[in-house]
Design a protein around this ligand. Structure first.
Ligand SMILES: [Ca+2]
Ligand SMILES: [Ca+2]
Ligand SMILES: [Ca+2]
Length: 627
């Protein structure tokens, strides 16, 4: 033992140093993905990814009845463990624990065994029966001002800055469900609710300034809800409340990339987690045409599939089996945890079909009615149709149900907003033969990545009404964009994401009510509301065969026909009146039948020799049903 004071102090210092280095090596758990799993699920065992510190040589054991942890694998840096957890189908739901033990100690983390939600009125999918409505969560309605500047992420709320959070949230949507029900929509597509980064984005500058992840497309945690929007409990409450009113919920997912600040970026769980690294990766060149090229230039294809968006969005490598498993389980966790009904998948074409095949098979095995719509932002049917499931493409059948119908979006804008020739629309529909199933494509006249319809050159309320009428009566699943029903304007992406007037404290007016709308806004609202309800009322507008009856430069007449009924639509997109004649024999209507116009009470059309003659004022339409 040391005898002198200096020697004693030196000894104590040595002892403390040894203790703290032992403490530094004690295993620590920072995150567990997923935080729980479902009893009786088609994925069993579930693969758990534990992120932490000092995990080298770790062994994982389970505590409590009904689950057992298998062999685990730790990465070289000792920061991640992969472990399979088997769940007994007869296990009782409730809290359990996982214990991580290393040579330097042990630590525990909660892990929940979840009772699956009952399937009634959940996991419904979507179909042409629906009218979809896209909501940008941050910009629709602020129902909870206490989450506008959360402690976890101070300083990102500023309604005067179009790239900051504005306060919209899940409670705001719950509060507006009666409005949406009254409008006549039946499915809500919400922009991503993943937890996005908690500070300003200094990597992506907008107009020279740092921005925020208010749009939701830059996740930092795939297993949490953004704190500006609410909590997982609030999300469940929203899904439940929507279902009670007969409204479905569609989640916006991203699996191509993570946000630039995801913890994986500086410390990936496997060496091949991303395509490249933060320091050394390809930038995306967006040469998407090579994706369907039977003779692709390989380096172009690689830079398109594996390049990082804008050179900074880390591109996930779905060819790494651990990444694939993580993403498949994550999707199934969101569905199972919320009871929601469908997915809109971002940046579909930048992810390999071989992965999509596995992903959709796993999804449909557990939720057979579930439906997915993929975003392929391209105006060419040849290109877009390549990505729909039902055929093997690039090595596999993706299994994708539906696509956003961008090839039809652009002609809709040209014809109905700008007043160009209407026949561009049926000319695009003529390419439907290239799709394995055109009838479930999601048709749209507006979205959050484009200028608003009403800000196109030449746009008028009359044109907006025609565009809505067309989308709500042609084949496919109609999708509306929040605020288009009150003719909101916005000439570019950022202004097209403006706050819905009346959704936020201090707004000068409330356009959710008639009193708060201008005369023009009310005219648009009344018409779109009536058309949305007609889509639900008139079954031929949902599942009916599309039959073209007449096409000229600015006139288009078509029918939607089912066994038990028919609806005839006649559109005049010209700036002057037109009388159009068409033969209704293909619809099964006969001589002497009379049709009434559901848009003009009292207007009646009588068939002569199977033919109808309809007078249409400038920029107007008739919606004819047998009397
Ligand atoms: Ca809020
Ligand atoms: Ca956040
Ligand atoms: Ca990719």
């Amino acid at each position: 033992m040391p005898t002198s004071l200096p020697r004693l102090l030196a000894f104590l210092a040595l002892l403390l140093c040894g203790l703290s280095s032992a403490r530094a090596q004690t295993p620590e758990i920072l995150k567990v993905d997923p935080p729980g799993w479902f009893i009786g699920h088609s994925i069993n065992p579930v693969r758990i990814l534990i992120r932490g510190k000092n995990l080298g040589g770790a062994r994982v054991t389970s505590l409590g009845a009904g689950l057992s942890a298998g062999q685990s694998k730790t990465n070289a840096a000792g920061t991640y463990i992969f472990v399979d957890v088997q769940i007994n189908p007869a296990a009782k739901p409730g809290a359990r624990r996982l214990r991580v033990t290393t040579a330097n100690g042990a630590t525990e983390t909660p892990f929940d065994l979840l009772k699956p939600l009952s399937r009634a009125s959940r996991f419904q999918g979507f179909s042409p029966d629906d009218v979809m409505y896209l909501i940008m969560i941050d910009r629709f309605a602020d129902g909870d001002q206490t989450n506008n500047d959360p402690g976890q992420s101070r300083g990102l709320y500023d309604r005067r800055n179009k790239f900051y959070y504005h306060g919209g949230d899940l409670q705001g949507i719950i509060d507006r469900l009666p409005y949406l029900k009254d409008l006549g929509v039946t499915a809500l597509w919400l922009t991503p609710w993943y937890d996005n980064y908690d500070h300003r984005n200094e990597i992506e500058l907008k107009e020279g300034q740092p921005c925020t992840g208010f749009h939701g497309y830059n996740p930092q945690d795939f297993y949490a809800v953004e704190e500006h929007f609410g909590t997982l409990a609030k999300l469940r409450e929203l899904v439940e409340a929507a279902h009670k009113l007969g409204l479905k919920i569609i989640q916006d997912e991203v699996v191509n990339h993570t946000g630039p600040y995801h913890p994986w970026v500086d410390d990936p769980p496997t060496p091949t987690w991303f395509n490249g690294t933060k320091q050394n990766h390809l930038a995306n060149v967006f040469q998407t045409w090579v994706l369907h090229d039977p003779r692709p230039v390989e380096n172009l294809k690689k830079a398109t599939m594996e390049g990082w968006f804008l050179d900074f969005l880390p591109d996930l490598n779905q060819n790494d089996p651990e990444v694939a498993r993580y993403l498949i389980q994550n999707t199934l966790w969101w569905i199972g945890a919320t009871g929601m009904d469908g997915i809109r998948m971002d940046t579909w074409q930048y992810v390999p079909n071989t992965f999509w095949h596995k992903w959709t098979v796993a999804l449909k095995r557990e939720y057979p009615h579930f439906k997915v719509v993929g975003e392929v932002k391209d105006g060419d049917v040849v290109h877009t149709s390549f990505f729909q499931g039902g055929v093997a493409r690039d090595g596999a059948d993706s299994g994708l149900d539906s696509l956003l119908d961008f090839p039809l979006f652009y002609p809709i804008r040209h014809a109905f907003a700008e007043g160009h020739n209407l026949d561009e629309v049926p000319k695009t529909l003529a390419k439907d033969y290239l799709y394995p199933n055109p009838n479930i494509l999601v048709t749209l006249l507006g979205g959050h990545d484009d200028a608003r319809f009403m800000s196109e050159p030449g746009a008028t309320i009359a044109g907006l009404k025609l565009a809505n009428l067309f989308v709500l009566t042609t084949r496919g699943v109609p999708q509306l964009y929040y605020g288009d029903e009150i003719a909101m304007t916005g000439p570019d992406e950022s202004t097209a994401r403006a706050d819905f007037p009346g959704g936020f404290a201090g707004d000068k007016r409330n356009a959710f009510t008639k009193e708060g709308r201008t005369r023009e806004e009310q005219e648009a609202f009344d018409f779109i509301r009536r058309m949305a309800h007609l889509h639900t009322e008139l079954q031929p507008l949902q599942r009916g065969e599309l039959i073209n009856l007449r096409v000229s430069e600015q006139q288009y007449a078509y029918a939607r026909k089912i066994k038990t009924g028919v609806v005839v639509v006649a559109i005049n997109n010209d700036a002057k009146p037109a009388t159009i004649e068409f033969d209704l024999t293909p619809t099964g209507l006969a001589k002497g039948d009379r049709l009434v116009d559901r848009l003009a009470p009292g207007k009646e059309v009588r068939l002569e020799n199977g033919k109808a003659s309809v007078m249409l004022p400038a920029r107007s339409a008739a919606l004819l049903v047998p009397r």
